[in-house]
Design a protein around this ligand. Structure first.
Ligand code: 9Z3
Length: 413
């Protein structure tokens, strides 16, 4: 039977095409078992559970991967949000890029916040017990209160089984595990929330076109050629219609003095359709993020995503201002709502551009801004000012509560 062209395929056909042609991750069964036990526990307690996705996915160029495409995401949004969800009584499945920032430990793990800088060696004990040359390692006095606070919250979450950490690396691991996790969350019904903050790759190399071994950067002698069991993408004689190629506005140039490596990537199937309309429990809330760099595009792109996937909320953010402002784009009034950290409470960020705050907001009338001050108590850390997630999460929890109430109301009628 001839297969349909991608544009004629239903989301379900695209889904099976992807999952049948790419290998499931080795850790899938182990992660499923952990998630099932975690979810059962919280279904039993009638507790809300949020799946937070965090960090960037990689796109391997070789099956035995030496090189891969990556993106900028450090996982700050996801790790920080997870802490505020825990504070709001949610249990959190933290589905994150391996080695990206984690809730709580993030306070001490960046290169700028190295944990060693928070410690010192105290004077050796004067009671004569222990080695007189070795004092105990302690937290420096100026950090005691902050670290005690973080440590208590961390231990509370661990002791009470409120936080499950599950790592991914590649786009394929991410998609397989996301599908499983969403399906396992079915028994949570309206208590399930999806908070999709990971920066997911848009393009990838399908398994049948992926080189097995490291792609060589110089010619090999003839007797070593094609003995590697490679799926050699360069053997593909089909010419691609230029209409089907994204160039990002940059046209390919002929090589100058050396050969080029041309990588042929396919679009990653739009999984949000299937998440909203299949994998996730009915009545659950789905929140996605939209990232842009051009202020003129942000609101439009967030609105387009909301319409396309018919979920509940798109949180839009600009790369340069994401630590100070986001926009909530919803299907109901007020449709577009800005959440901003007040100017005097903004953290200083080397990568951010504070002069761009406000540029993406479509002005309704001169002087009239649709920005709303969140009414929760922003939480402030000594080093970094107010974290915008301390404003985002309480607002989101209100929306989730409204959805649950509406659903319950609908059922009793
Ligand atoms: C986001 O927009 C996140 O807020 C960031 C957080 C990735 C900007 P950091 O990890 O950054 O704190 O450094 N995430 C979603 C980005 C994304 O890939 N969205 C897709 C899109 O924009 C939709 S799923 O098309």
């Amino acid at each position: 039977m001839a297969s349909n062209a991608p544009e004629e395929m239903t989301p379900a056909e695209i889904e099976s095409g992807y999952f049948n042609n790419n290998a499931p991750p080795k850790s899938l069964h182990k992660h499923e078992a952990l998630a099932r036990a975690f979810i059962d526990l919280h279904v039993e307690a009638n507790r809300r559970v949020v799946l937070v996705t965090s960090g960037g996915t990689t796109v391997p160029l070789e099956n035995q991967t030496v090189r891969f495409i990556d993106n900028f995401s450090a996982g700050t949004r996801g790790a920080t949000s997870a802490e505020y969800f825990l504070e709001q009584g949610y249990a959190v499945i933290f589905f994150h890029r391996q080695y990206s920032l984690l809730p709580y430990s993030r306070h001490y793990s960046h290169s700028t916040n190295c944990f060693l800088d928070f410690m010192e060696e105290a004077a050796p004990s004067s009671t004569g017990s222990g080695d007189p040359d070795h004092g105990p390692i302690v937290v420096r006095s100026e950090y005691q209160d902050e670290m005690r606070d973080v440590l208590r919250k961390y231990r509370y979450a661990k002791r009470n089984n409120r936080l499950l950490l599950l790592p991914f690396t590649t786009i394929s691991e991410y998609l397989f595990e996301l599908r499983s996790l969403a399906q396992l969350m079915q028994p949570l019904k309206t208590n399930a929330l999806f908070y999709l903050a990971a920066a997911v790759s848009d393009f990838f190399i399908p398994r049948d076109r992926m080189a097995e071994h490291k792609i060589q950067s110089s010619e090999l002698p003839a007797h070593l050629l094609n003995k590697q069991g490679d799926n050699d993408a360069s053997n593909n004689d089909e010419t691609i219609d230029p209409e089907d190629i994204y160039t990002g506005g940059i046209e390919a140039q002929p090589p100058t003095h050396s050969k080029k490596l041309i990588i042929d990537l396919d679009p990653v199937p739009k999984f949000l359709h299937r998440l909203v309309d299949g994998w996730a429990p009915e009545g659950s809330m789905v929140v996605s993020f939209k990232l842009e760099t051009d202020p003129n595009l942000l609101v439009y792109k967030a609105q387009t995503a909301l319409k396309r996937y018919s979920h509940h909320l798109v949180i839009g953010n600009l790369l340069s201002t994401r630590k100070w402002e986001v926009v909530f784009v919803t299907p109901d009034a007020p449709y577009e709502r800005w959440i901003r950290v007040p100017k005097s409470k903004r953290s200083k960020s080397l990568s951010g551009a504070e002069d761009q705050v406000g540029l993406a907001e479509i002005k309704k009338a001169e002087g009239e801004s649709m920005a709303t001050k969140a009414d929760g108590q922003p939480s402030e850390t000594a080093l970094e000012g107010v974290e915008i997630e301390s404003l985002i999460i309480p607002e989101l929890v209100k929306l989730h509560s409204n959805m649950i109430a509406k659903h319950e109301g609908g059922k009793s009628q």
